[in-house]
Design a protein. Structure first.
Length: 135
């Protein structure tokens, strides 16, 4: 793993949360993006070498909506940048971690992603991410 790529925060409303985080982080949101496969709208902030990703559910029964209902707004996941996601996924499986997706999938911010089940990571959802190859 190369570095912490971003920290994902579940929020009820990007409309309310973007100005809050712009003020808190003293920077502007550089990108919003809809990720249909995850039923979320994301907003990104660059903070030094890392990023903060806000996640708002697209639907009342989406993963983020259910997370907020159960745990409230706040930290949803931590993402680590890797050079080769498939190699890292194999390594994680060999170490006994449970992958939530068997093959990498397209995520936000031009990344291929895979999630590790929180039951193996002391309750924290972990995302592996890799820059998408240039087309």
């Amino acid at each position: 793993m190369k570095k912490i790529e971003h920290i994902g925060l579940a929020v009820k409303s990007l409309k309310e949360s973007i100005p809050l985080y712009e003020s808190l982080l003293n920077t502007t949101c550089y990108k919003t993006e809809t990720v249909e496969s995850e039923q979320v709208i994301t907003a990104f902030f660059q903070v030094g070498d890392s990023k903060i990703e806000l996640l708002q559910s697209l639907t009342a029964d989406g993963v983020i909506a259910r997370f907020i209902e159960k745990k409230g707004e706040g930290m949803h996941h931590i993402a680590y940048l890797v050079d080769d996601i498939e190699t890292e996924m194999k390594r994680m499986q060999q170490q006994g971690f449970t992958l939530l997706n068997e093959i990498p999938k397209k995520g936000a911010d031009q990344k291929m992603v895979c999630f590790l089940h929180p039951k193996n990571t002391n309750g924290t959802l972990v995302e592996l991410c890799m820059e998408m190859p240039a087309s």
